[in-house]
Design a protein around this ligand. Structure first.
Ligand code: MG
Length: 158
């Protein structure tokens, strides 16, 4: 059996925060505002894998109003989410993601991000892909006020 999952997230960008994508810190003057560390890509992937397995969503499993998740590391939340999916018997076939922001450029950091995600998802880096896009200067993403991530995954089990 195979199942597909989709996840999407958006975070405001503010000065003095770390810009994190898939656990990789990208040097930039601003970063994602969030209850957790704000890693927008990790959050989108959590929703994609949980959704594919029909196990819930990020807000349900890690509620923002629960102080237990304040300043949590999103890659730890991704690891916990992957453990749920894996324990239900699923294996990741592939994960494809798009990150949209005007700055910084994603491409120079892409391989590192893919490797970081593959490590947590217990797959090879070739099964994970991350693309960077700009918003062509349009809207709040184009104005550099936010970063958005989309993730699609395929999972399978016997
Ligand atoms: Mg989020």
């Amino acid at each position: 059996m195979i199942r597909i999952g989709i996840g999407r997230d958006i975070h405001r960008l503010e000065a003095g925060r770390k810009f994190l994508l898939g656990g990789v810190e990208i040097p930039f003057g601003k970063g994602e505002l969030g209850h957790s560390d704000g890693d927008v890509l990790a959050h989108a992937i959590i929703d994609a894998i949980l959704g594919a397995a029909g196990l819930g969503d990020i807000g349900e499993i890690f509620p923002a109003e629960d102080p237990a998740w304040k300043d949590s590391h999103s890659m730890d939340l991704l690891k916990s989410s992957w453990d749920y999916v894996k324990e239900a018997g699923w294996r990741l076939v592939n994960l494809d993601c798009t990150v949209t922001c005007e700055e910084p450029k994603i491409l120079p950091h892409r391989e590192k991000i893919c490797r970081s995600l593959a490590r947590v998802l217990e797959t090879d880096a070739g099964s994970v892909f991350v693309k960077g896009k700009t918003n062509e200067g349009l809207g709040f993403i184009g104005a550099g006020e936010a970063v958005e991530a989309l993730a699609v995954c395929l999972i399978e089990k016997e």
